[in-house]
Write a protein that binds this ligand. Structure first.
Ligand SMILES: NC(=O)c1ccc[n+]([C@@H]2O[C@H](COP(=O)([O-])OP(=O)(O)OC[C@H]3O[C@@H](n4cnc5c(N)ncnc54)[C@H](OP(=O)(O)O)[C@@H]3O)[C@@H](O)[C@H]2O)c1
Length: 223
């Protein structure tokens, strides 16, 4: 299975490429194909240094979308909407994962900016004809990039399409110690998106590195 990372040249894209490439082919997307190819080489070398042979390629964002089975948007919210509007037809019927969090900084604190559609995931869903899955908002890029260490936490996954949601949950399970949890449909995505700026404030004010979430309680059976 091929996973495309739009804007995969940035921090979160790098983290996901490094964590997912042991099980999936990765296509790093960028506005600039050459930049994506350079980053893909860099990621391959990092993985080689820990004995993982990876298939990672670089492409422009549109081509990365066309070539991938699952596409993850790793572009800041302020540029995401214009980017997907540039080639909306490429997303038709794709599984499109949104870890996108709309936020801004006000007086030193991070605050969530709720889009009028309800959430970034619902806004994206209103623009492209894709199976949108909201996930991975509360995992830190820095923690993902530090491949010498395991990354830990629960990942709430939401979608109006159950098959797409379960597929993304399986992909997340491939990252050791990340536990995907079914959070229902996209109408709750704003809650999960809003946790990220809260975690950023908690991290800053309490000096906690890479704060994330974990749901306590006994899990009865396999998901
Ligand atoms: N960082 C985290 O810890 C974290 C955690 C959870 C979720 N997320 C979400 O993941 C997404 C990416 O975050 P990030 O920290 O990785 O962002 P980032 O490093 O600031 O940027 C990622 C990529 O966005 C592309 N980009 C920049 N300006 C653009 C523009 N004007 N138009 C189109 N693309 C542009 C760039 O790719 P090219 O120059 O190659 O085109 C850049 O490498 C965000 O939506 C964020 O909310 C991040």
């Amino acid at each position: 299975m091929k996973i495309g990372l739009l804007g995969g040249t940035g921090d979160f894209g790098e983290g996901l490429a490094l964590r997912l490439a042991k099980d999936y082919e990765i296509i790093v997307g960028s506005r600039y194909k050459e930049k994506a190819e350079k980053k893909a080489e860099e990621y391959i070398k990092k993985l080689e240094s820990i004995g993982i042979e990876a298939k990672i390629y670089g492409e422009n964002n549109k081509r990365a979308t066309e070539l991938s089975d699952v596409v993850i948007i790793t572009i800041p919210y302020e540029y995401t909407i214009n980017t997907i509007k540039e080639f909306p037809e490429a997303f038709k019927d794709k599984v499109l994962v949104s870890p996108v969090v709309p936020f801004k900084k006000v007086n030193g604190d991070f605050i969530y900016i709720k889009p009028k559609e309800g959430s970034a995931a619902e806004q994206i869903s209103s623009i492209v004809d894709a199976k949108v899955v909201a996930a991975l908002h509360n995992v830190s890029a820095e923690a993902l990039v530090d491949i010498a260490k395991e990354v830990e936490g629960d990942v709430i996954v939401l979608s109006n399409d159950d098959d797409a949601k379960y597929l993304v949950m399986d992909i997340i399970k491939s990252i050791k110690n990340l536990r995907p949890l079914d959070g229902g449909n996209l109408s709750n995505a704003h809650i999960v998106e809003a946790i990220t700026p809260l975690l950023m404030n908690i991290g800053k004010r309490n000096k906690i590195k890479h704060p994330t979430i974990k749901i306590l309680g006994e899990q009865d059976g396999k998901i």
